[in-house]
Design a protein around this ligand. Structure first.
Ligand code: 3HC
Length: 289
């Protein structure tokens, strides 16, 4: 059985998937970024080009490294063709259990036997998709943070049936990306970092909804009193209010905990399609989404 990872496939070319694919290509992996929509792939190419060109301009990366990464990166709608060659598939599609289970079952059919199948989900733990495959020992969560090109941490979360060797391979993979692996001993929706963040976000939204302070002032406090790089409302706009909303629903669905349900103001923004940076308006306004 091949244990060397050379070829990486990332499914879903949204904010997370596209940057994860760029990180893998920059680290030297032959990488494919897959989406069902060509327009979404075109947008991802445009955004990554702008981002990486800016990094070169600012002296953060070498032009030759970025050009070499583009040589290694394919953007395609033909999932099965690239999955058939993959050593590792990172699923970063929508936070919907039914869709993820279908994807994992289909990947199991087309990928070689040795291929590791991991999900970037932070809320849908991998035991919920592993049993849709015939290789649950090669399935786990591999959770990146937004923006994935910048944030160091990647959480590695095995389910009960994950082979310890799969975890070791993911630790080595994350290190090869120049990032910091954080291992969990067992599954819990949200993992570690997002649970810390959720506690802060929940309190921030409660303070805002209770009229204690405006959201801008709550952000100001987080930045200037706690030294956070951005406040909880700015961060929701970065991550996507749709993502925050769907994560809460998924957590509620898994735990039955009424406290997990999205709060009033988040539900309102979600229903109004005000998702944050990507739609031009969330808590704040963005002239160029
Ligand atoms: N994509 C890639 N790179 C980005 C970026 C993005 N969206 N935004 C900023 N950067 C990089 C760029 O290199 C940028 O430099 P540039 O403007 O010259 O191109 C550099 O960061 C600095 O950016 P800014 O001057 O705009 O602002 P900051 O100094 O505040 O840095 C930040 C931006 C790195 C995003 C920083 O604010 C930060 O660390 N924020 C917290 C992010 C965070 O908490 N992420 C975790 C979210 S939770 C999550 O992802 C879990 C998931 O399951 C939902």
């Amino acid at each position: 059985m091949s244990t060397q990872i050379r070829t990486v496939v990332v499914l879903g070319s949204g904010t997370m998937g596209s940057q994860i694919a760029a990180v893998a290509a920059l680290a030297g992996y032959t990488t494919a970024l897959v989406d069902i929509k060509q327009e979404q792939l075109d947008r991802a190419r445009e955004q990554l080009t702008a981002r990486l060109d800016r990094d070169v301009e600012k002296g953060r990366r070498q032009r030759a490294d970025v050009d070499a990464a583009w040589e290694r990166l394919t953007l395609t709608t033909d999932r099965d063709a690239v999955a058939a060659e993959a050593d590792l598939v990172i699923e970063a599609a929508v936070e919907d259990l039914t869709i993820k289970r279908t994807i994992f079952a289909e990947l199991d059919e087309v990928c070689p036997e040795h291929t590791l199948l991991v999900t970037n989900s932070s809320n849908i733990v991998s035991s919920r998709v592993a049993d849709a495959t015939g290789r649950p020992d090669r399935v786990c969560n591999l959770h990146f943070f937004n923006p994935a090109l910048v944030m160091q941490c990647v959480e590695i979360v095995p389910h009960e049936g994950t082979d310890p060797q799969t975890v070791e391979r993911m630790v080595a993979f994350v290190e090869s990306l120049g990032k910091t692996p954080v291992r969990l001993q067992r599954e819990i929706p949200g993992f570690v970092a997002n649970r810390l963040l959720n506690a802060l976000r929940r309190e921030a939204v409660e303070l805002y909804e209770a009229g204690v302070a405006d959201f801008k002032d709550i952000d100001l406090a987080a930045r200037t009193a706690l030294g956070h790089p951005m406040g909880p409302f700015e961060l929701m706009d970065l991550v996507g209010i749709d993502v925050v909303y769907l994560i809460r629903l998924a957590e509620h669905e898994q735990t039955g905990d009424a406290d997990a349900l999205p709060s009033r103001s988040i539900t309102e923004k979600y229903e109004a399609g005000e998702y944050g940076r990507k739609t031009g308006r969330g808590w704040y306004e963005y002239p160029r989404p």
